[in-house]
Design a protein around this ligand. Structure first.
Ligand SMILES: [Zn+2]
Length: 321
């Protein structure tokens, strides 16, 4: 395999490629995040335009991160501000792709590098990032992103055996070689577990809250994640997601108090009221999608470390050993 030879001889080239490819994918994710929830127009159609003045964005204004810096965050047509979120999403995707590449490198010899797993993780994490940003903005998880995760997860489980092999439920009750059939079955079990777990949780929470708690989008997302991480993994995703969600919620409340404190200390009569109102509203609507996505990323990348922590480090610490 020539890629493995390249990995052995000059890993820096592939490392740089991973980062640059991530930047480009991040640039595409910006388009997805912007267009998907807004109009029926396909994300691949037509060139990008400034949402304010309609100025068509040329290729040299669309170079990830660099263009934003060169333009100092302003549109060339109307001089209006371009959100710092665009380069931030590009940078985050670049770092993410680079990190996954290096992370897999630390656990595998060049000859046995799991290229298939790398591609699956890149694609899945990119979808999770886009879904999270849309959920942040609109409190929805688009079906176009969550639903295909379920069948694709099962297909990937059959094709890329590294996804489940080490933590397989199917292999536990049916020994022998781990084949594509085992993988597909692990994917199906994971999907069903994710759907049942969050679907059940949703109906219980909705009954207690007296209104719809969590969206159906969260249920589909967990079904999709389950297909990739398996039935046990999806429980971990929920645990880590709930933990991260609580931290996010707490930070949001602290932010509200900070905004209020700043407001109080300035005590200017004409100080606008809207900022406080927006913080208040934002504090009450916390989408669960980003927390679950982050939980999914943690389980996908650090499953073994999580196992050691939950079943060895933590019990030993509780027992004072
Ligand atoms: Zn403009």
């Amino acid at each position: 395999m020539s890629l493995s030879v390249l990995l052995e001889d000059s890993p820096a080239i592939l490392s740089a490629f991973a980062a640059v490819f991530g930047l480009l994918v991040g640039s595409f994710l910006n388009v997805v995040i912007h267009r998907l929830p807004r109009d029926g127009k396909g994300v691949a159609e037509g060139r990008s335009h400034c949402p304010r003045c309609g100025h068509a964005i040329a290729w040299f204004e669309n170079v990830p991160v660099l263009s934003w810096l060169a333009l100092r965050g302003k549109c060339r047509g109307c001089r209006g501000a371009i959100s710092v979120r665009y380069p931030a999403v590009e940078l985050a995707t670049g770092l993410m792709f680079w990190f996954v590449f290096e992370h897999l490198r630390s656990g595998h010899a060049p000859a046995g590098y799991p290229w298939g797993l790398l591609l699956v993780l890149w694609a899945l994490l990119a979808v999770l990032l886009a879904a999270s940003m849309i959920d942040f903005d609109f409190q929805i998880l688009p079906d176009v992103l969550t639903k295909p995760m379920m069948p694709l997860g099962i297909v990937c489980s059959a094709l890329v055996l590294e996804l489940h092999r080490e933590h397989s439920l199917v292999a536990r009750w049916k020994g022998g070689d781990y084949t594509w059939l085992h993988g597909a079955l692990d994917g199906v079990l994971g999907m069903l577990a994710g759907l049942a777990l969050v679907g059940g949780l949703r109906s219980i929470a909705s009954r207690f809250a007296g209104r719809e708690a969590m969206g159906l989008g969260d249920v589909k997302l967990m079904g999709g994640l389950g297909a990739f991480v398996g039935a046990v993994g999806v429980v971990f995703v929920l645990l880590v997601g709930a933990l991260l969600g609580s931290v996010m919620g707490l930070l949001n409340v602290l932010r509200i108090f900070a905004v209020r404190a700043v407001r109080m200390s300035r005590r200017r009569a004409q100080r606008p009221r809207w900022r406080w109102d927006i913080a208040w509203i934002a504090g009450r609507v916390i989408p669960f999608g980003p927390a679950l996505s982050l939980g999914g990323a943690v389980v996908l990348l650090f499953r073994s470390e999580l196992n050691v922590f939950l079943f060895e480090t933590w019990p030993a610490w509780v027992q004072g050993r």
